[in-house]
Design a protein around this ligand. Structure first.
Ligand code: SAH
Length: 243
């Protein structure tokens, strides 16, 4: 089955862009996914082919028109395809959502430009607003590439070793453990001894602890969710809060 990516954009030439090379590029050439970029401007109806207008209520910049975007959606997005819109006002993208999308028929992604999209479009069409992080990009296209890259690598047969996804960052609610490779000594620094022990249980235990330490210090938000309202006892064993 081919995972169909449909991107609605003012810059179709940005696709597949970087996804045309390496892992995703090979998968595209092999037909594991398809990439169809639709030019929103083709759905403009006035003689200037305008896709935007000044913001109601005043202020800087321009806003993308709901009527033009709706025409583009209605003509190019199949009923069964999830429809996402890139916006910093959206729900932050997660690995869990990426996994769901990758298991489905494909995804349609609406890319904003200027100040954003007329809010009525979100009410008038079944659109899931998605953000790729708490910073502002100049357009939704790079966000769409991020989302597609995350989906494509999960498609069957795309990643070399199918199991290599299981232990990764976010899959268990934690960041992944740190990695090391040869040379054994680099600038006087050695690879942690346990990783050379050959003792798989000990290695797994060490990796779990490292993942927990790094998640706790770098991503307290993930850590809090991971321990799910529990607190760590001094011995490291988990206990329920207020028990
Ligand atoms: N005025 C808007 C920002 C517009 S940026 C605001 O403050 O919310 C222009 C376009 O870039 C947006 O419509 C969106 O499609 C895209 N974009 C910018 N930041 C993004 C982010 N963090 N995640 C997803 N899309 C983003």
């Amino acid at each position: 089955m081919t995972f169909a990516a449909k991107i609605l954009t003012l810059y179709p030439e940005m696709f597949p862009g970087p996804l045309g090379i390496s892992l995703a590029g090979r998968a595209l050439a092999e037909g594991k996914w398809s990439c169809d970029a639709v030019q929103i401007r083709d759905f403009a109806t006035d003689k200037h082919r305008s896709v935007d207008d000044t913001p109601a209520g005043g202020g800087a910049g321009m806003v993308m028109r709901a009527d033009v975007l709706a025409a583009a959606i209605d003509a190019s997005v199949p009923e069964n395809m999830p429809l996402l819109a890139m916006t910093p006002r959206g729900k932050p993208l997660t690995q869990a959502r990426v996994r769901d999308l990758a298991a489905g028929p494909g995804v349609a992604i609406l890319c904003g430009r200027f100040e954003g999209i007329d809010e009525r479009l979100f009410e008038g069409r079944r659109i899931e607003p998605v953000s790729i992080g708490d910073y502002v990009l100049s357009g939704g296209e790079i966000g769409a590439l991020v989302l597609l890259d995350a989906c494509v690598r999960l498609l069957p047969g795309v990643m070399g070793a199918p199991s290599s996804g299981d232990e990764e960052s976010f899959e268990s609610g934690l960041l992944e453990y740190p990695h090391y490779t040869r040379p054994q000594i680099w600038e006087g620094r050695t690879i942690p001894e346990v990783l050379r022990s050959g003792d798989h249980a000990k290695i797994a235990g060490w990796r779990k602890t490292q993942a927990e330490i790094d998640t706790r210090s770098r991503r307290p938000d993930l850590w809090d969710r991971h321990i799910g309202g529990r607190v760590q006892s001094p011995s490291g064993a988990r206990q329920k809060k207020e028990e």
